[in-house]
Write a new protein. Structure first.
Length: 438
């Protein structure tokens, strides 16, 4: 399993490269129903250093990933029974697995993926830029950020060496031979176990039993884990039960943290999505990461969220400026699990699931069979722990300074974004409509 962490890009790169033929011939993953054996990981030759990437392409890819995340948020909350639920997703994680898929796509399949990802870069450029977004930041006792990318492939499948070389250069992708044909359940358990380990046990059973079958030929996975303390922690003595106004009109008491301090803050009405809003940015200690909270006015959450797009989000974040803030924020902890095929279809990605052209991966006819993501987030007085597992299964066939603090008591549904404030990479995005729901 390959780890791209804040200790540096490709911090566990192994110098020795093994031949692909040996990788795919190795026996692995037997014993359906038993505890999966430790997966064999093999390496594909890659440059000793990452190929140079144009900084403008990296910045454009960060912006594109933000736009892709908002598209997913809208798609996943479009149905009336979904609009009011808590939701956390990882735009960065899903973009990574699709960036691993894109270099193997051809024709309409590649065009649809690129359009959904908001990129006009070549597949190789997009993969390299996506990999480069994982900028090296030293890990500390207050910040851990890891991202892991892996390829699981059927023994005997002749995977294109050029495709593997692209993944190695962009992501230092680990290659795991598996026998989906004879033991799909054993392969599924091994894949899920690897993602669970990479996320410190936070993401379990990424793939359900029906999503990995004897027809599966390849699986791409991304695992993202974040544990970060606030730069300014909330004092537990200031936490108290306070009312929270839910979308259904009920007002339960929820455990709410509080502090007054100087934060980057903005507010507006009318011009952006036509609804009043407030926004505040809470920095994490070390590493240039932060959580942005965007709070529409009471009664305006649905309209605000539906109208929010990437340029408007950029204007909100660009308007943040330091200001004293009397802040109250509910504690929350919940998980989200999504089969993303319907959402991606709604964004125009169709041929990948139907008449796919994945000829850049292998000569055998292939099609995407499933796209999944599980994510979790926990926010308390100390900081945030968040994790996400993303997978693709491939089968055959600024405000002015003020003397008094502005008041932002978050007692109603709100949006959140965890991002790299230097590179712009959106790690997690979601909405909180019920802080008590799990």
């Amino acid at each position: 399993m390959t780890n791209r962490s804040t200790t540096g890009a490709y911090s566990r790169r192994r110098p020795a490269a093994l031949l692909l033929a040996a990788a795919l011939a190795a026996p692995l993953l037997t014993g359906c129903g038993s505890t999966p054996a430790a997966p064999t990981e093999l390496r594909v030759s890659a440059p000793a250093t990452r190929p140079p990437v144009d900084p403008a392409q990296v910045a454009a890819t960060a912006t594109a990933t933000n736009a892709f995340g908002l598209d997913l948020l809208h798609a996943l909350t479009a149905a009336p029974d979904s609009a009011g639920r808590n939701l956390v997703l990882s735009p960065s994680g899903l973009a990574a697995v699709l960036a691993m898929l894109l270099p193997g796509a051809r024709g309409a399949t590649a065009d649809e993926l690129a359009k959904a990802l908001h990129t006009d870069l070549t597949p190789q450029q997009y993969a390299l830029a996506t990999g480069a977004l994982d900028r090296p930041v030293p890990a500390t006792d207050r910040l851990t950020l890891r991202q892991t990318d892996d390829l699981w492939t059927q023994q005997g499948l002749a995977v294109s060496p050029d495709y593997l070389a692209t993944l190695a250069a962009a992501f230092d992708t680990g290659v795991h031979p598996a026998d989906f044909t004879k033991d799909p359940e054993g392969a599924r358990k091994a894949i899920n176990a690897a993602v669970e380990k990479a996320t410190e046990g936070r993401i379990k059973d990424l793939f359900a039993s029906h999503q990995i079958t004897g027809d599966t030929r390849l699986v791409l996975t991304d695992a993202l884990y974040l544990k970060a303390k606030w730069a300014s922690a909330f004092k537990p003595a200031h936490t108290a039960d306070r009312p929270f106004h839910k979308l259904d009109g009920s007002t339960p008491s929820v455990s709410t943290m509080g502090q007054t301090g100087t934060f980057r803050y903005a507010e507006g009405s009318g011009g952006i999505v036509g609804e009043p809003w407030q926004a505040v940015e809470l920095p994490y200690a070390d590493g240039g990461l932060a959580m942005d909270l965007i709070v529409p006015a009471q009664g305006g959450f649905a309209a605000f969220t539906k109208g929010l797009d990437q340029p408007q989000l950029d204007r909100i974040l660009g308007g943040l400026g330091e200001r004293p803030v009397d802040l109250e924020l509910p504690r929350f902890h919940f998980d989200t699990s999504n089969e993303l095929t319907p959402a991606l279809r709604s964004l125009g990605v169709r041929s990948a699931f139907d008449k796919a052209d994945l000829g850049g991966i292998a000569k055998e006819p292939l099609a995407v069979s499933t796209v999944v993501q599980k994510a979790t987030i926990e926010v308390d007085e100390d900081g945030t722990v968040a994790a996400a597992g993303s997978g693709v299964g491939i089968a055959g066939a600024a405000a002015p300074a003020a003397h008094q603090p502005v008041q932002l008591h978050i007692d109603r549904p709100f949006l959140f974004l965890i991002r790299d404030t230097a590179g712009g990479r959106p790690l997690f995005l979601g909405q909180v409509t019920d802080p008590q729901a799990r």
